[in-house]
Write a protein that binds this ligand. Structure first.
Ligand SMILES: *Cc1c(COP(=O)(O)O)cnc(C)c1O
Length: 361
């Protein structure tokens, strides 16, 4: 603390990102990165860049990238916004669209960055509890609200709602902005993007970090009818005119040019997810049905102890301590050999020392 702090800074509760450990031979299943690298076209595009061009600012409007995204989603470039990771896009959404008298609604178990942004931007919010089985029921969002934000599939549960359920929400609340955070949609969910021409109260956020394997490039985007995108552009151009550097724009554009690679990597992740889910089930884990590149699981043995025991074997997974998520672990889907290492470690723990683990709970 310092006397120079703005008053707001005292109230902030910064988001804690998943750990990025530097451990030789680790199995890293804690931040939902894609185990497969980006398309070889990304490497070619980056190698073709001339470092001398770094003298020059990048295109502030990422024109080529917006055009390619518009084409992919059958929208116009005026319906596309890009930012430095979807986290930045979401920050602008909170700033540009959520500061109203009526509150913002979000699930009680959801992306923990949302409450952080709400505090940063002074957005009033209420958390709507997921059902007992951690299912999100759209009919629970009845309270008058300026906006609703939901990840679909939800994080960290992995459970998805259907496009019809999103449409139901949009129809029931025409004066409420509905933001769907589709960070994991390409792993088996039904995207709401096709609804954009029919609903002026829908905004969809996606990212290149997960399904496109570009977490290190920091590229996210929003899709909506032009007036909503215009609000984001106004905030962005009052904040940072050049959020995407030359490398990021080139990488994302090259990734989009290879949809076959993208589809293949998503399929591999999905088939591993199904295999890992079944194997965890056989080890006595409760595994929520996942449409994402991770699974949310619990066991009679305490999550904290499993987390610690895995960490001793250099296997990293994520635990959201406290509240309704205390008993659960979120495990990202890795390559087959990484998943096998995880399963072997859990099998040894679950089979070998139940007494020690149980008593420490
Ligand atoms: C990972 C994630 C994001 C953020 O991704 P970026 O890397 O900032 O694009 C946004 N929402 C959810 C739910 C996520 O899990």
């Amino acid at each position: 603390m310092s006397r120079f702090w703005s008053p707001l800074v005292h109230r902030l509760q910064p988001y804690t990102p998943g750990e990025q450990p530097r451990v030789e031979g680790m199995v890293k299943l804690n931040t939902n990165e894609n185990p497969y690298g980006p398309s070889p076209k990304v490497r070619q595009a980056l190698q073709a860049l001339d470092s001398d061009e770094l003298r020059l600012y990048p295109d502030p409007n990422a024109t080529a990238l917006k055009a390619a995204l518009a084409q992919r989603f059958a929208l116009t470039p005026e319906q596309v916004f890009v930012g430095n990771g979807s986290d930045e896009v979401l920050a602008h959404v909170f700033h540009a669209l959520f500061q109203h008298e009526r509150p913002l609604l979000m699930p009680d178990i959801s992306y923990s960055f949302y409450p952080t942004y709400a505090r940063l931007y002074g957005v009033e919010y209420r958390q709507v509890p997921l059902r007992e089985d951690l299912r999100l029921a759209v009919e629970d969002y009845q309270e008058p609200a300026a906006a609703i934000i939901l990840p679909n599939p939800n994080a960290p549960t992995g459970r998805a709602i259907s496009r019809a359920e999103v449409a139901q929400l949009l129809e029931a609340h025409p004066d409420t902005l509905v933001v769907i955070d589709e960070a994991y949609i390409d792993f088996g969910g039904e995207s709401a993007v096709g609804l954009i021409p029919h609903f002026d109260n829908l905004l969809v956020v996606q990212t290149f970090s997960k399904s496109w394997s570009l977490a290190g490039a920091r590229v996210g985007f929003a899709l909506a009818q032009a007036p909503l995108i215009d609000a984001l552009e106004r905030v962005k151009n009052s904040f940072n005119s050049y959020p995407l550097d030359r490398w990021a724009q080139a990488a994302a554009l090259a990734a989009l040019s290879d949809p076959a690679w993208f589809a293949r990597c998503c399929e591999l992740v999905v088939s591993e997810r199904e295999r890992v889910s079944a194997a965890l089930g056989r080890l006595g884990f409760e595994v929520l049905p996942s449409a994402a590149n991770f699974v949310f699981v619990r066991h009679a043995l305490a999550a904290r102890l499993l987390l610690q025991a895995l960490r001793e074997r250099r296997i990293y997974v994520r635990h959201f301590a406290g509240g309704r998520t205390e008993d659960w672990l979120r495990i990202s889907i890795g390559r087959p050999a990484e998943n096998d290492a995880l399963l072997a470690a859990l099998q040894a723990m679950v089979g070998s020392a139940p007494d020690r683990l149980e008593t420490a709970r």
